[in-house]
Design a protein around this ligand. Structure first.
Ligand code: HEM
Length: 214
C-alpha cells in the first residue's frame, strides 16, 4: 500500500490549531456570556469531555498507524497527548479553583463523599509523569525501553478516566460506555499485538538460519 506522507511542519500546525479550537470556542462563549446558567459546571463538563476525547485519540494512534499503514501518525501522538493533559489541567483547575475555591476542607469532603473524584484524580496524576517525560530529551535520558514502560501509564489513565465518567453520571451511561468500549478496543489491540509478537518470535527463531556472528 502506498504510504501517505504529510508535510511535517504544516500538518503539526494544523493539528495544533485543531486541538486549540475547543479552547477558542470556550473563550468565545465566555466572551459572549454564553456559558449557560451555571458557567462553572459548563466549563467542568466541557474541559472533561475534551480531556477524555483526546486521551482516547492518543490511545488509537498506534493501532491506526499499524492497521492503516500510516507510520507518520506517530509524529502527532505527543501533541495530542499533551493537549489531553492541557484540557485535564483546565478541568482540574476549574474544580479546584472555581468550584471549590481552594477550600481544602471542602476538597477533602469531596474525596470522601464522591468516589468519582478519586478516579479522576488518579487519571490526572498518572498523566503528570507522562507529560513531563514526553520530550525527546527524556526518551534519551530514560532509554527507549524504560520510557516505553513508563508511558504504559496512559492505559491506566484511559481506564481511570472512563471509571471517573461512569461513576459520575446519574442515569444516562451511554457516553461512558462508548468511551469504555473504545478504551477496551485500544487495549485489546495491544494485547493481541503482544500475543502475536510473542507467538511469532520462537517461530522466527526456528526457521531463520543461524547466522555466523562476524
Ligand atoms: C484525566 C483526567 C480526567 C478526565 C479525562 C475527566 C473527564 C471528565 C468527564 C468526561 C466528565 C463529564 C463531562 C460531561 O458530563 O459532559 C467529568 C466531570 C467532572 N470531573 Fe472529571 N476528568 C478528569 C479528572 C478530574 C479531576 C482530577 C477532578 C477533580 C479532582 C475531576 C472532577 C470532575 C467533576 C467535579 C465533574 C462534574 C461532575 C458532575 O457534573 O456531577 N475530574 N470529568
Amino acid at each position: 500500500m502506498r504510504k501517505v506522507r504529510w508535510s511535517p511542519r504544516w500538518s503539526k500546525v494544523l493539528l495544533f490549531v485543531l486541538c486549540l479550537a475547543p479552547l477558542f470556542r470556550l473563550a468565545w462563549r465566555a466572551w459572549n456570556q454564553d456559558l449557560t446558567a451555571n458557567p462553572i459546571e459548563y466549563i467542568t463538563h466541557f474541559t472533561g469531555d475534551w480531556a477524555i476525547r483526546l486521551i482516547v485519540v492518543t490511545l488509537f494512534v498506534t493501532p491506526l498507524r499499524k492497521m492503516l499503514h500510516l507510520p507518520d501518525l506517530i509524529r502527532f501522538r505527543r501533541m495530542i497527548g499533551l493537549f489531553a493533559f492541557f484540557y485535564a489541567c483546565l478541568h482540574f483547575l476549574t474544580w479546584f479553583g472555581l468550584d471549590k475555591f481552594f477550600d481544602f476542607r471542602e476538597i477533602l469532603q469531596d474525596f470522601v463523599k464522591r468516589r468519582f473524584i478519586i478516579a479522576g484524580l488518579s487519571a490526572f496524576l498518572a498523566m503528570v509523569p507522562l507529560a513531563i517525560t514526553s520530550s525527546t530529551g527524556w526518551i534519551r535520558r530514560l532509554g527507549g525501553k524504560r520510557w516505553q514502560r513508563l508511558h504504559r501509564l496512559v492505559y491506566f489513565t484511559g481506564i481511570a478516566a472512563v471509571v471517573h465518567y461512569y461513576w459520575l453520571v446519574k442515569s444516562d451511561i451511554r457516553l461512558p460506555l462508548l468511551y469504555g468500549t473504545l478504551v477496551a478496543l485500544a487495549l485489546a489491540y495491544r494485547v493481541a499485538a503482544w500475543l502475536v509478537a510473542r507467538g511469532g518470535a520462537p517461530a522466527r527463531k526456528r526457521t531463520a538460519p543461524a547466522l555466523p556472528t562476524v
